[in-house]
Design a protein around this ligand. Sequence first.
Ligand SMILES: *[C@@H]1O[C@H](CO)[C@@H](O)[C@H](O)[C@H]1NC(C)=O
Length: 269
Amino acid sequence: MKVLLLFFFLATIIATCQGASHPVVGHHKPGFRSSRVPRYPRNSRGSESHKPGFNCLSWRLTVETNNIRDWAVVPQACLSYVGHYMLDYQYREDAQAVADAAYNYAKSTPLIKDFRNTWIFDLGDTVLSSLPYYAQPNIAFGGTKYNSTKFAIWEMKGIAPVVPGILDLYKKLQSLGYKIVIISGRSESLRAVAIKNLKNLGFINWEKLILKQTSDKGTTSLVFKEKKRNELIAQAYRIIGNVGDQWNDLLGEHAGYRTFKVPNPMYYD
Ligand SMILES: *[C@@H]1O[C@H](CO)[C@@H](O)[C@H](O)[C@H]1NC(C)=O
């Protein structure tokens, strides 16, 4: 009986502590989140999803599901909404939920004998986050048109933080026996800076880091990535899973037995 009482006592304390550390906001239930994710500064402004005549939450859902394509900038009415989404807890938790789903699939899938069981990662905003770049006032979370020169200057610094949940997923996939292949539309000239950035964040032992060569210039991301996957298949790699923040990472031939879309409402490639 004493043991039982002690158990209830401890259980109550644990439940109370968890409740206190989790902001409870409608759809956000205590216990259904991960505390492992690094925190960006919190912004206290409330929901701004619903503007007269324009629902930004619906817009975000529509772009994430690839129902709207080829959009150039975030709609003016949703700049503030997207900014808060990206900096507050929801983006981190959405990204973590994607990583959790990917891991659950990976661990429940038997590896294929005699093949190189492979997991594909895209790089930008799937592994390396460009949120610090997009959070700059003149970029406005994708509210201004993409400027490749400006972005390249930031990229060259190699200071990208990790996308929430992704390092943990990467390591867990490796311990399950998957080979990690990173395929990115970035130029080969950015290899050294990308490697340094990845290693600083704790990414090690990838099987391949495939970047765009001069000869690939002018090829769309979709065609380039499909071509690289076909080359892998010819070398006895089997693509079990594939994670990317853009639909062009996840469509085309040999995209993976399962694909996982990391949220990104800031731009469409
Ligand atoms: C892009 O950024 C560069 C570097 O900041 C700037 O010189 C150039 O004018 C920008 N281009 C456009 C079209 O805004």
